[in-house]
Design a protein around this ligand. Structure first.
Ligand SMILES: Cc1cc2nc3c(=O)[nH]c(=O)nc-3n(C[C@H](O)[C@H](O)[C@H](O)COP(=O)(O)OP(=O)(O)OC[C@H]3O[C@@H](n4cnc5c(N)ncnc54)[C@H](O)[C@@H]3O)c2cc1C
Length: 526
């Protein structure tokens, strides 16, 4: 007799776990099925080399919705976020740009580069704060469909219209620009210091197959601004124990509410009877029944792999086929015998407890994209570097360190494909470039793990290695994520729901999709 649950959640990524936790909290009997031997998806901590722990994929946190932290009491389950203190951008001539958590220190530093930019910086910060506040309610709402005449959608649109009107003309215009412009174009309107613009624009290219001068990147800039830690917008932090500890805290909450979580349990397909999802079949052949099936996988995996195409309308399948991924990011994780010594700021200091951005100019980042445009990894890539062991010493053995290097661009569609040799060549390009700024780096490396978008896809299941479960482009956001008319977590198959980052509000360790999907399921009385 097969077991029966109220809900089966496919995939124990952070969104799947959040979905399960909310459903279990509402009294539902929930089972999470995770393919890998550990939960977390792209938010995991692994001891890749003995004694050295890495946030293997995602490495900093900010976007996780505060209401989820509260509702699930994540601090009570071990979540502890430590702030990143600074951003240092070293320059090839030995100079640097530093941004500190201390406002006056940053202002003095900016003044050194441009008194005009030092003035504009505060005003820009205020505007982005207002923009983040303007968009924040949208992150927590089910997207209303502007093509629908249902009272609920019309009401949602009315509320949204009122919300935008309430912004006032100036802020609304700024928001419109952010939705449509390039990150570089937007920043050109504010600043003159190239390295400042490049470092800020970098937030607009993370996870995209776009350069800082491509329209649409200003929105990604805003997406990365929407995070907050303890109510402070734009603050990024490091989860003690690595990002896996976020997933573990959520899993702990889900279990506390009664959810069951099974690892090493890959799902092969969703069972559909008379147009209704009634359970799943594992790759082992085991069948498990449930009243509702929720997929935390990306739209391509959910609808083109787990569900028989004949169960879905043709136009919906076409829309999912058109949903784009185009992974562009890689990662290099290093175990270090000693700290890197940056020429621009020698020795150990607070700059090693923050982010180090290799983005010396807008042209540098745009050229890094040029390589990817023509199917190559960047020879001189953009990098976002953190040294987690400086913030949380438990990540490495005493006296040793771990370094996390997030890299763009590494196109999933590499000319000739990704091979072991190409992976190592990509790793070499990263280390060679970073060594130009920290010459002792090569000698300090004890071990290195190089991760390409092909590796991201193979290990985490993220299609084409796209870090957001699908590009965060305007054409596939909000009521279009992942497909027109199917952006409310429900699907054309009754009883089948979607809760991954491939739905609104999208990627990053945010949890919005998992929560909103659970609320939709509970509303349906499933
Ligand atoms: C290299 C990299 C760096 C990143 N850096 C950051 C960062 O610093 N900060 C940030 O906020 N975000 C970052 N992100 C993005 C963020 O990690 C992801 O957007 C987010 O973790 C996606 O969560 P999810 O739960 O929606 O999906 P996923 O994490 O993709 O979860 C899906 C789960 O489903 C499982 N699965 C797949 N197939 C099956 C199957 N057939 N049966 C059962 N289970 C299955 C997978 O193993 C996985 O656990 C990064 C991502 C990557 C890849």
């Amino acid at each position: 007799m097969p077991q029966t649950y109220d809900a089966i959640v496919i995939g124990g990524g952070h969104n799947g776990l959040i979905n399960a936790a909310y459903l279990a909290r509402a009294g539902k009997r929930v089972l999470v099925l995770e393919r890998r031997e550990l939960v977390g998806g792209a938010a995991v901590t692994e001891e890749v080399f003995p004694g050295f722990k890495f946030s293997v994929y995602s490495y900093v946190v900010s976007l996780l919705r505060p209401e989820i932290i509260r509702d699930l009491d994540l601090p009570g389950h071990g979540l502890h976020v430590l702030p990143l203190e600074s951003t240092l951008t070293p320059l090839p001539d030995g100079d640097y740009l530093a941004q500190w958590s201390d406002h006056d220190q940053t202002r003095r530093e900016l003044c050194r580069h441009s008194p005009r930019d030092a003035e504009a910086y505060d005003e820009y910060g205020r505007l982005m704060h207002h923009m983040a506040r303007a968009v924040k309610p949208i992150l927590g709402m089910v997207p209303p469909d502007p093509t629908s005449l249902s009272p609920r959608d019309l009401l949602g649109l009315l509320r949204l219209g009122r919300h935008f009107r309430g912004l006032g003309a100036e802020r609304f215009h700024a928001l419109y620009k952010l939705m449509t412009m390039s990150a570089a174009g937007f920043l050109d309107e504010w600043f003159e210091t190239d390295v400042l613009k490049a470092t800020k624009a970098a937030s607009g290219i993370i996870g995209t197959f776009l350069g800082p001068r491509s329209p649409g990147t200003a929105y990604i800039l805003l997406h990365h601004y929407m995070g907050e830690i303890d109510g402070v917008f734009r603050a990024w932090g490091f989860a003690k124990g690595g990002t896996g500890s976020i997933s573990e805290a959520i899993a702990g909450a889900a279990r506390r509410f009664g959810a069951e979580i099974r690892a090493s349990a890959p799902v092969a397909r969703v069972i559909v009877n008379d147009g209704r999802a009634v359970g799943v079949v594992l790759e082992s052949g085991e069948e498990i029944r449930a009243r509702v099936v929720v997929s935390g996988l990306d739209p391509r995996r959910t609808f083109l792999q787990l569900v028989e195409p004949r169960e879905l309308p043709g136009e919906f399948v076409d829309a999912i086929r058109r949903f784009t991924f185009r992974g562009s990011s890689g990662k290099v994780n290093l175990a270090l015998g000693e700290l890197p010594d940056f020429t621009c700021m020698p020795g150990t200091g607070p700059h090693l407890r923050g982010a180090i951005s290799i983005s010396p100019s807008l042209e540098y980042v745009e050229r890094a994209y040029d390589d990817a445009k023509y199917g190559e990894f960047s020879r001189r890539p953009y990098m976002d570097v953190v040294i987690p062991s400086m913030i949380d010493p438990g990540m490495a053995p005493p006296g040793k360190h771990v370094m996390s290097i997030f890299v763009q661009y590494a196109p999933f569609q590499l000319n000739g494909g990704w091979t072991d040799a190409r992976r190592e060549a990509f790793g070499d390009a990263v280390i060679d470039t970073l060594s130009e700024y920290a010459p002792n780096l090569k000698a300090a490396i004890l071990h290195r793990q190089v991760i390409t978008p092909a590796d991201i896809e193979r290990v985490t299941g993220l299609s084409e290695g796209n870090i957001f479960q699908g590009e965060l482009a305007l054409r596939q956001l909000f009521f279009l994520r992942p497909a027109p008319a199917w952006a409310k977590y429900r699907t054309p198959v009754r009883g089948l729901y979607q809760c991954g980052s491939g739905t609104h509000p999208g990627g990053g360790i945010m949890g919005g999709s998992g929560r909103l999907a659970a609320l939709a399921i509970l509303k349906d009385g499933a």
